[in-house]
Design a protein around this ligand. Structure first.
Ligand code: ADP
Length: 397
């Protein structure tokens, strides 16, 4: 993989992937001018500062390690392609290749060959996805967390009780029908990382005694590139099936929703298709019934507005970093099953931890427990919490 920088320099990518500037090179049996980007060269290793001879080894890059890429656009001999890792460019693409085709690309980002006339038809190519108990997105761990185990966020807990738990309560069924109350099925949790969005989704699942499906947005988009729409369809189907079996609603939690549904301006073709699939599932709510969809993001402004409209993710709840009182509550919750010494003053710890998220506070408590263990103490002391807070602050800086 080369780039000719001057008459005596080559920029190469070594087999191990490292880039290196090779200086003082002299062409061996090759004419220097004929070296092109993408060539594989053999370099005679010499002690540094001496001339190093090189030869062109092959014109097509490594044949091992080829990757598949879908051509998005092509000009001159360069193609813009999409791979599992996003967009890239490929050189030395012959003129007969056109957008939409899938090509094999060498490790040096040169064209290697054509794989197919069109992007793979995922539904045909891939085996049916798992629908058994080990279904990919199903959250299998026992969930014990309840809304009472969430510190602060009172307005969120209240909304969830009013709009989800109470309407779902079978005791309220008759009244609900009389009043014509519709269930809130699409919620958007937004706010910084570590503020309790996932924990709240788990608590909702626990309260309704349903099944939880956690779809990791970035993973869905990268790991299932080209297959994302089908994954979305599958997760809704699987959630529906689980709800039928259990008789309770299923929760689908789309974490980092912004990565799946960026606002239209930023979205590429694939992301538009994902949004379209998501919209069609969300709009099919009436028929589906027993599914509660929760999207989570810390980039609400970057989400496609279409999916925030009424009937979709229309209940938007803001998660913020906890105020002192909430911090104290989170510390207390995190220490729920841990003995604490009499000197522990959680109000004081809460005061010293401004700008901490719930996740930071949970980590502080975990660390304090380790410190107590190291000290051979049977309870967490104020000292342990203080050290742990100081360490967390260091990490944050
Ligand atoms: P997010 O989904 O917003 O990134 P999480 O729900 O995954 O955050 O929070 C990570 C951890 O932080 C939780 O498992 C919990 O231990 C702790 N935590 C965060 N917020 C709270 C909260 N409000 N109350 C109690 N614990 C919290």
């Amino acid at each position: 993989m080369t780039e000719c920088l001057s008459e005596t320099e080559l920029l190469v990518m070594r087999r191990n992937g490292n880039e290196e500037l090779v200086e003082n090179i002299i062409p061996h049996e090759t004419d220097y001018d004929s070296v092109e980007l993408g060539d594989v060269v053999e370099i005679e290793e010499q002690p540094s500062c001496e001339d190093r001879a090189f030869d062109i080894h092959s014109r097509t890059g490594f044949s091992s390690g080829n990757i598949a890429a879908v051509v998005e656009d092509i000009f001159d001999e360069t193609a813009i392609v999409r791979t599992n890792n996003g967009l890239s460019t490929v050189t030395r693409v012959p003129s007969h290749v056109s957008p939409g085709e899938t090509i094999a690309v060498t490790a040096g980002w040169t064209y290697h060959g054509r794989l197919s006339d069109s992007p793979p038809d995922i539904d045909d190519l891939l085996p049916e996805s798992e629908t058994s108990d080990d279904y990919e997105w199903r959250y299998d761990d026992d969930i014990s967390v309840t809304l009472e185990d969430i510190g602060g966020l009172d307005h969120i807990k209240q909304t969830i009780k009013e709009q989800i738990l109470q309407p779902l309560d079978t005791e309220n069924e008759e009244l609900r029908e009389t009043l014509g109350v519709t269930l809130s099925q699409g919620l958007l949790f937004h706010g910084p990382a570590g503020t309790g969005k996932t924990r709240t989704a788990k608590a909702v699942t626990n309260h309704v005694d349903g099944d939880l499906f956690i779809v990791d947005g970035p993973e869905l988009v990268s790991k299932y590139y080209g297959e994302t729409e089908r994954q979305i369809r599958d997760v809704f189907q699987e959630a529906e099936r689980a709800a039928e079996t259990s008789g309770n609603p299923s929760i689908i939690f789309f974490d980092e929703l912004d990565s799946m549904a960026p606002s239209r301006g930023q979205a590429d073709e694939t992301e538009r298709r994902i949004v379209a699939q998501l919209l069609s599932e969300l709009d099919g709510f009436d028929e589906r019934g027993n599914i509660i969809v929760i999207g989570a993001t810390n980039l609400i402004d970057e989400i496609d507005q279409a999916i925030l409209r009424p009937g979709r993710f229309d209940t938007q709840l803001e998660f913020s970093k906890p105020e002192p009182e909430a911090r104290e509550a989170i510390l207390r919750i995190s220490l729920k099953n841990t003995p604490t010494a009499t000197d522990v003053n959680l109000t004081a710890v809460a005061e010293q931890t401004s700008d901490f998220t719930g996740a930071d506070l949970a980590t502080v408590v975990e660390q304090a427990k380790y410190l107590a263990l190291q000290d051979g103490k049977e309870s967490v002391r104020m000292e342990h919490l203080r050290i742990s807070v100081a360490r967390r602050k260091e990490v944050q800086e």
